[in-house]
Design a protein around this ligand. Sequence first.
Ligand SMILES: [Zn+2]
Length: 156
Amino acid sequence: MDSQLVVSRPLFKLTEQQLVLLRQRRSECSSDPIANEYDAFMLYPGMGPAIYITADGRIIWYDYGEWGVGDSLTLKDAIFGVVAGIPETRIESLREVLPRRPNDSTTCKLCDGSGRMQVPMLTKSFICSDCGGLGWQSNSMPLDEVIVNRVVPAPV
Ligand SMILES: [Zn+2]
């Protein structure tokens, strides 16, 4: 399979201050054709497809042919990308772009609200697969909604 980019519709609103921090970090990294072409910032380099956020708040998954992420990525996958990007970028304020917890929400049972899952026998924890790291779920937040806008060939 050829490498491709899966691009979401705009989902997150980045503030000027967050953009300044993201641009600063990007300028310290080596040149990246995806970042350049899409005005995007790497959130997470892999363990799966690399994940970017664009200046206009889209999420891009760079599938270089192995992961087959396809066109069925959901809001939960996008939230996962932002959550994964917080420790990776060390930009703690990115947490503010995540949806706010509504009144009708319930605490995620799988992670007990922590947003992370401990795996027995491993010392590492992982972002919760049920809530994408939010720690809650709500009927007014359609985590399983497909948010793909387009799938295009990767520029690399
Ligand atoms: Zn959870």
